[in-house]
Design a protein around this ligand. Structure first.
Ligand code: ATP
Length: 479
C-alpha cells in the first residue's frame, strides 16, 4: 500500500464532498473565512470537544468548567488590553487596494530567501522585523518592506500606504434605542469570561489554589488574512483553560502544562515528529513566558495551541477597572494574593484541521492479479471518529437486515453506529473509509447459522470472523 502526501486542496474538497465542512452561506458564494460543519464534521468536532473537556474537567480533580456569554461588559476589553493592543500592523497596496499583515509579508519574504538558499539573510530580516515590531516602529516597518523590494501579489506593484494598526475586534450595539446604545464587542477570546468569574467560581465550587477553570466557546476576530481554510477564521471556537497558581510557582506549572498538553495530542496516536514547540521571543503585554505547540500542517509547521504564563496581569487589571478585589486567601501560608495564571488555549477548528491532515490518505492497493485499486481513507483516531461502527447486511433479504438491526439496537446506546444495506460490500467499505469509520461489520448467511460476522478494520483493511456477541465489546475496547 502506498500513500500520497497530504494536500490541502484535496482535504478541502474531501471535507465538502463527505459532509465535514462547507463554506458558510455557500449558495450566496460564501462568506470569507467563515465555515459551517456538516453531518460528519459536527460529530467530529463534538468528539474533539468531549475528548478535551474530559481530559480537563474529569481527569483533573482541580479543574472545573464554565460556559460564559459571548457578550461582556465593554470595560472587560479595556482592562484586558484588547481595545488598545489587539491590533496588527497592516499595509495596503494602493493599486490593488489589498490589505496585508506586515509580519506576514515579511515572513513570506524570509521564506522565499530560505528557499533560495539564503537562510542567513532570512534570519537577519526576521530579526530586524521583530525589533521593529517590539518597538512599534511603523515607519521602520514600511521602510523595511520597501528596502526588501516586496511587491503586492495581486497588482505586482510596490505602491504601498503607510503602516497602520488595525483592531481585530468586531463591535456591535447593545440596547434598543440606537442613539443611547453602547458599543460592545464580540469576544476575541474566551479567556476573559473565565477571569471575570474567577471569584464566583472559586467560592461557589470551593476551589483551592492551584486550580483551573476550563471553557469551550466561540471567539471572533476580524482577521485580515483569511485563507488556509479553517486554519484562520473570523468566527471560530476555542478550548481554553486558565490555571490559577501561587505567585512564584508559575514556571513549574508552565512546564507542567507544556508537557501535559503535548501528551494530550500524542495520546491520540499522532506522529510525534509532526509536533514541535516554538518559544515566543516577543512576548504579549500580559506574559512572562509563552510558547506555541506547532503541528506540521500540509502548509508547514503552524501554531495549533498556545501555552502562556499570563502572570497576574488579567486579575490585577480587572481589580483596577472594576474596583473589586480579586484576591485569594491562601490558608496554607496565611496570605492574601492575586494568583498567577498559566493558560492553555487551543483552537477547536485548528485541531479539527489537524485531525483531517493527520488522517487523510490516498492509498494505492495492489491486487492479487497484479493490477491496483485505490482508496481515500480518513484514519481518524477511533475515539474521535464520527461513526464508530458500520453495520452492513450482505443482502436486503433472507432475514439478514433483521439480524443486523438487532446488533444495531444493542450497540447504538453505547457509540455511534451506521446502518447501510445498499450497494456492494466493496462500495460500502469505501464510503466508510472516506468518512473514517474504524470498524465495519458484515452480516451474511453464515451469521444466521453460527452467530458470527466479518469485522473489517479500516486502517489495515484486514478482516476476521468473530462472534456477533463480541462486536460491542471489541469496539468499546478500542474507544
Ligand atoms: P495566530 O498567531 O495564528 O493568529 P494567535 O497567537 O493570535 O494565533 P491565540 O490568541 O494564542 O492565537 O489563540 C489561541 C488559539 O486559538 C490558537 O492557538 C489557535 O489555535 C486559535 N485561533 C486563534 N485565532 C484563530 C483564527 N482566526 N481561526 C481559528 N483559530 C484561531
Amino acid at each position: 500500500m502506498s500513500t500520497t502526501e497530504n494536500n490541502l486542496q484535496a482535504i478541502i474538497a474531501h471535507a465538502k464532498e463527505y459532509g465535514f465542512v462547507f463554506q458558510s452561506s455557500d449558495i450566496y458564494d460564501g462568506l470569507s473565512a467563515v465555515y459551517d460543519y456538516g453531518p460528519y464534521g459536527s460529530e467530529l468536532k463534538k468528539n474533539i470537544k468531549d475528548y478535551w473537556w474530559k481530559s480537563m474537567t474529569q481527569m483533573h480533580e482541580n479543574i472545573v468548567g464554565i460556559d460564559a456569554a459571548i457578550f461582556m461588559h465593554p470595560t472587560t476589553w479595556k482592562a484586558s488590553g484588547h481595545v488598545d493592543n489587539f491590533s496588527d500592523p497592516m499595509i495596503d497596496n494602493k493599486d490593488s487596494k489589498k490589505r496585508y499583515r506586515v509580519d506576514h509579508l515579511l515572513e513570506a519574504k524570509a521564506d522565499a530567501l530560505t528557499q533560495a538558499g539564503e537562510a542567513e539573510k532570512a534570519e537577519e530580516l526576521l530579526a530586524k522585523m521583530n525589533a521593529l515590531l517590539s518597538t512599534e516602529d511603523f515607519g521602520g516597518l514600511q521602510e523595511l518592506i520597501i528596502a526588501e523590494n516586496i511587491s503586492c501579489a495581486v497588482s505586482g506593484t510596490k505602491n504601498w500606504t503607510d503602516v497602520r494598526q488595525f483592531n481585530l475586534m468586531f463591535s456591535t450595539q447593545i440596547g434598543s434605542v440606537a442613539e443611547e446604545a453602547d458599543t460592545i464587542y464580540l469576544r476575541p477570546e474566551t479567556a476573559q469570561g473565565i477571569f471575570v468569574n474567577f471569584l464566583n467560581v472559586q467560592k461557589s465550587a470551593r476551589m483551592k489554589v492551584p486550580f483551573g477553570i476550563a471553557q469551550i466557546g466561540k471567539a471572533f476576530r476580524n482577521e485580515i488574512v483569511a485563507r488556509q481554510f479553517i486554519f484562520r477564521m473570523r468566527e471560530f471556537e476555542q478550548m481554553e483553560m486558565q490555571f490559577f497558581v501561587r505567585p512564584g510557582t508559575q514556571q513549574d506549572w508552565y512546564n507542567y502544562w507544556k508537557e501535559t498538553r503535548l501528551q494530550w495530542h500524542l495520546s491520540l496516536g499522532i506522529n510525534p515528529d509532526n509536533y514541535r514547540f516554538h518559544n515566543h521571543v516577543k512576548l504579549a503585554h500580559y506574559a512572562d513566558a509563552a510558547l506555541d505547540i506547532e503541528y506540521n500542517f500540509p502548509f508547514g509547521f503552524k501554531e495549533v495551541e498556545g501555552i502562556h504564563s499570563r502572570t497576574d496581569f488579567d486579575l490585577k487589571s480587572h481589580q483596577e477597572y472594576s474596583k473589586k478585589k480579586q484576591q485569594y486567601f491562601d490558608t496554607e501560608i496565611n496570605q492574601n494574593y492575586i494568583p498567577y495564571v498559566i493558560e492553555t488555549s487551543i483552537g477547536l477548528d485548528r485541531m479539527f484541521l489537524l485531525i483531517l491532515s493527520h488522517s487523510y490518505a490516498e492509498e494505492v492497493i495492489p491486487k492479487e492479479d497484479g493490477s491496483t485499486d485505490s482508496r481515500v481513507v480518513l484514519k481518524i483516531p477511533a475515539v474521535l471518529a464520527p461513526n464508530k461502527l458500520a453495520i452492513l447486511p450482505l443482502t436486503k433479504k433472507d432475514g439478514l437486515p433483521e439480524l443486523a438491526r438487532e446488533l444495531m439496537k444493542d450497540c447504538m446506546p453505547h457509540f455511534k453506529c451506521y446502518f447501510e444495506e445498499k450497494d456492494s460490500i466493496g462500495k460500502r467499505y469505501r464510503r466508510q473509509d472516506a468518512i473514517g469509520t474504524p470498524f465495519c461489520v458484515t452480516i451474511d448467511h453464515q451469521s444466521k447459522e453460527d452467530g458470527t460476522c466479518t469485522i473489517r478494520y479500516r486502517d489495515t483493511m484486514t478482516q476476521e470472523r468473530i462472534a456477533i456477541s463480541e462486536v460491542k465489546k471489541l469496539v468499546l475496547e478500542a474507544l
